[in-house]
Design a protein around this ligand. Structure first.
Ligand code: XCC
Length: 660
C-alpha cells in the first residue's frame, strides 16, 4: 500500500470516539494503520474559525474581510460593531445565511433541471434508455401543471366524447412546463397551489410565492452583493422565496419526474453498511445525488455481457452499492445496497475492495482522490459540473442520449480494475437489513388501513394520541460531531415518546445501520402507542422516504395530513417538528428554511452561523413564528434537542384541543 506521509503535527482521531457505527470504527482504525489520513483526523488537526461559526465574517468586497465576532464579555448596551461600509452583524450574517440558501437551492434545483431535461428527452423519444414507468403519477402531475390528460373527439355517430391523450404527448407538455419553472420571470410556480390552501394564501399575503426557481436564487446573489439589501428582515424574506422555490419546485419536480421515469418507491427490503461489499466480486460504488446515471449503472451492472466479462477477470460477480443520496435513490427503487453515509466515503475505499467509485455531484469529498491513490480504487467523475483535479481520476462524461453505453463503459472500467487490487481487502462484517421506500403514496397505502389511499387513519391515530406527533429527522453527517450519534439519540428519544419519524438523506442511513428501519424495531424502541400502530400495520417506526430532494415528499405528506382533516387547516397547525442533527451542507440550510416557511418548527444541531448576530437570531428563532407559524431553533445536546421537538408537538396538540 502506498501511503500518505503524515506530518508530526497532525492529530489522529480516536476511532471509538469518532463514530457510533462499528464498521466506521473498524475502518478508521485500518486507515490509521495504513497511514491514510481521513476527515476524522483533519477535524482534530484543524479547528473551525470562531468568527465564521458565528456568521459574522464579511467577504463580499475587497475592503475586508471584516470580522465582527461577539465581544468576549457579550454585548453591553448598544451593539456598535460594524464593517468598513457600516454593515451590522445582522446584515453580514443574514447575507451569509442567504448565500447558503442560494447555494443549497441551486444545488437541488440544478439537479431538478437535469432531471427535467432528461424527462423531456424521454417524452420526445430522443433517448431509448429512459421511458415512462409511473403513468398514474404522470397524470397527477399533469393536473398540477394544467396539462390536459384527455381530449374531446367526435365518434362515428358524430357525438363528442372524451378520450385519453397519448401519454408521451402529455409527458412532453409536462416536461416543457416543468423546465419552464426555472426560467419563469413572473407569476407563481405551479406547485405553490399544492400546499394547503391556508398556506398558499399566507404566502401570497406575505408576497413570498416564488416566481421562478432561478430568478429567486439570482435575486439573493444580487441583494447580498456589497451595498444592496441592508435590512435583515428583507433578506430573510428573499430567503423564503428562494427556499420555497427549492422545496416546492426544484426539489419537488426532481422527485416527481424521477418517480415517473424510474418508478415511485414502495416498501422494499435492502441492506446497509460497508459489509455489503464483497471480497470476491467487482465492487462499484455510485456516490453523489442524481439517479439519472445510477439508474443506468444498475442496468449495466446486471447485464449478462458485463457479468461474463467480470468472470474473465477472476471476479464472481458485480456488486453495485450506493453512497450518500444516490444510494437512497437506487435503494428505494431497486432495493440495492447502501455502503454508507457521508462520513464513510473515504472509509469505503480504505477497505481495499472498491474497484471504482463513480461520482456525480454534491457531497463528494475532494480527499477521496488522495485516499484512492493509497489503494487501487478508480475514482470516475461523470458530470461536467464536477471534475476533479487529480491526475488519478478518470472522467467519463455521462450523456442521457447514450446513457446505457456510458454506463457500460464505466462498469467495464471497474471490472478492468479488479485485478489491480494491491492487498487482500478487509471488509468489516457489519451490515443491517431494512425496509425502505415510503413515498407519500406508500404511506397512504400502508397507514390507510381499510381506507387504502387515505391519510385519515394516520390522522385518527394522532388524534387519539397513539401517535403523539410527526418528526421529520433528516440531513447530513458532520465531522465536528460524533458520526451518527446525535441522529440516533434524537430518533430514539422521539420513538420512545410515540413520535413517528419520517427520514431522508444521511439520517435515513444512520437509522438503517442502527436497525431502526425494520418493523421489528418498533417493539424495542417505541412507546406503547406508536409500537401498537407499527405492529398492527407492519411498518418500521422510522419511515425512509428517500434522498434529500425527496424532502419534498415530507412536504407533501404533511399536506396530505392537513387535507385528511381533524388536525387544523395548515401545516403549521400539525403536531410536527423538523430536525437536522448533524447537518453540514448548504442544501440543509435551504431545506431548513423551506420547512420553516412552510410552517414547521425546525431545529438544527452542530451550530448555526447566526449566533454572532443576536437580532437576526431572534428574528429567525422567534419572530418568524408570528409570520410563518414555523421557526428555526438550535440545540447541540441531542436529548434537549428531542425534548424541544416534543415540547413543540405538545404545544400544537394543546392548540388543537387534543389530550383534554
Ligand atoms: Fe450530503 Fe444527500 Fe447531507 Fe448526506 S444528507 S451529507 S447533503 S448526502 Ni442530503
Amino acid at each position: 500500500i502506498k501511503v500518505t506521509a503524515a506530518s508530526k503535527k497532525e492529530k489522529k482521531a480516536n476511532p471509538k470516539e469518532s463514530s457510533v457505527d462499528q464498521a466506521t470504527i473498524q475502518m478508521l482504525a485500518k486507515a490509521q494503520a495504513d497511514n491514510v489520513e481521513t476527515i476524522f483526523d483533519r477535524a482534530l488537526t484543524m479547528k473551525p474559525c470562531n468568527i465564521g461559526e458565528q456568521g459574522t465574517c464579511c467577504k463580499t468586497c475587497s475592503q475586508g474581510p471584516c470580522r465582527l465576532p461577539l465581544p468576549k464579555k457579550g454585548i453591553e448596551g448598544v451593539d456598535t460593531r460594524k464593517g468598513l461600509c457600516g454593515a451590522t452583524p445582522e446584515t453580514i450574517a443574514a447575507r451569509n445565511f442567504a448565500r447558503m440558501v442560494a447555494a443549497g437551492a441551486a444545488a437541488h434545483s440544478d439537479h431538478g433541471r437535469g432531471v427535467a431535461e432528461v424527462f423531456l428527452a424521454a417524452a420526445r423519444k430522443e433517448t431509448e434508455d429512459y421511458g415512462i414507468q409511473d403513468v398514474e403519477k404522470l397524470l397527477e402531475v399533469a393536473v398540477d401543471f394544467e396539462v390536459p390528460t384527455t381530449v374531446m373527439v367526435e365518434n362515428e355517430a358524430g357525438e363528442k366524447v372524451e378520450q385519453e391523450r397519448d401519454i408521451y404527448k402529455i409527458a412532453e407538455e409536462v416536461g416543457v412546463k416543468a423546465l419552464g419553472e426555472w426560467g419563469k420571470q413572473e407569476g407563481e410556480i405551479y406547485y405553490a397551489k399544492r400546499a394547503p390552501e391556508a398556506r398558499y394564501e399566507l404566502w401570497k399575503e406575505l408576497d413570498v410565492v416564488p416566481r421562478g426557481i432561478d430568478r429567486e436564487i439570482v435575486e439573493i446573489m444580487h441583494r447580498t452583493h456589497m451595498g444592496v439589501d441592508q435590512d435583515y428582515h428583507n433578506i430573510v424574506k428573499q430567503c423564503s422565496r428562494a427556499a420555497l422555490g427549492d422545496g416546492w419546485a426544484g426539489s419537488m419536480i426532481a422527485t416527481d419526474l424521477q418517480d415517473i421515469m424510474f418508478g415511485t418507491p414502495y416498501p422494499i427490503q435492502g441492506e446497509i453498511n460497508l459489509g455489503v461489499l464483497k471480497a470476491d466480486e467487482v465492487n462499484i460504488i455510485v456516490h453523489g445525488h442524481e439517479p439519472l446515471l445510477s439508474e443506468m449503472i444498475v442496468v449495466a451492472s446486471q447485464d449478462p455481457e458485463m457479468l461474463a466479462y467480470a468472470k474473465t477477470k477472476g471476479a464472481h460477480g458485480i456488486t453495485l452499492a450506493g453512497m450518500c443520496c444516490t444510494a437512497n435513490e437506487i435503494l428505494v427503487r431497486h432495493g440495492l445496497p447502501i455502503a454508507g453515509n457521508y462520513l464513510q466515503q473515504e472509509l469505503a475505499i480504505v477497505t481495499g475492495a472498491v474497484d471504482a467509485m463513480v461520482v456525480d455531484v454534491q457531497c463528494i469529498m475532494e480527499n477521496i482522490a488522495n485516499v484512492a491513490d493509497c489503494y487501487h480504487t478508480k475514482v470516475i467523475t461523470t458530470n461536467p459540473r464536477a471534475m476533479m483535479e487529480s491526475g488519478h481520476t478518470v472522467h467519463i462524461e455521462f450523456d442521457e442520449h447514450h446513457a446505457l453505453e456510458d454506463a457500460k463503459r464505466i462498469v467495464k472500467e471497474a471490472i478492468d480494475n479488479f485485478p489491480n487490487r494491491r492487498a487482500e481487502p478487509l471488509i468489516p462484517n457489519v451490515k443491517e437489513k431494512m425496509v425502505v421506500g415510503f413515498s407519500q403514496e406508500a404511506i397512504k397505502y400502508h397507514l390507510g388501513g381499510t381506507f387504502r389511499g387515505s391519510y385519515v387513519p394516520l390522522n385518527d391515530n394522532i388524534i387519539n394520541g397513539r401517535i403523539r406527533g410527526i418528526g421529520g429527522v433528516v440531513g447530513c453527517n458532520n465531522a465536528r460531531t460524533c458520526h451518527d450519534s446525535a441522529h440516533l439519540t434524537i430518533v430514539k428519544e422521539l420513538l420512545k415518546n410515540d413520535v413517528i419519524v419520517l427520514t431522508t438523506g444521511c439520517n435515513a442511513m444512520a437509522c438503517g445501520k442502527a436497525g431502526l428501519l425494520t418493523p421489528e424495531s418498533a417493539a424495542v424502541y417505541c412507546g406503547p402507542g406508536l409500537a401498537e400502530v407499527c405492529e398492527t400495520v407492519g411498518i418500521p417506526p422510522v419511515l425512509h422516504m428517500g434522498s434529500c430532494v425527496d424532502n419534498s415528499r415530507i412536504l407533501m405528506a404533511a399536506t396530505q395530513v392537513v387535507k385528511a382533516g381533524g388536525l387544523g387547516k395548515d401545516i403549521s397547525d400539525l403536531p410536527a417538528a423538523g430536525s437536522a442533527p448533524e447537518w453540514m451542507s448548504e442544501k440543509a440550510i435551504s431545506i431548513g428554511h423551506y420547512f420553516v416557511a412552510s410552517g414547521v418548527y425546525t431545529i438544527f444541531g452542530v451550530g448555526l452561523p447566526v449566533t454572532g448576530a443576536p437580532r437576526l437570531q431572534k428574528h429567525l428563532f422567534e419572530e418568524l413564528e408570528d409570520i410563518y407559524g414555523g421557526m428555526w431553533d438550535l440545540e447541540v445536546d441531542p436529548y434537549e434537542h428531542a425534548k424541544k421537538m416534543i415540547a413543540h408537538i405538545d404545544k400544537k396538540r394543546a392548540a388543537l384541543g387534543l389530550d383534554k
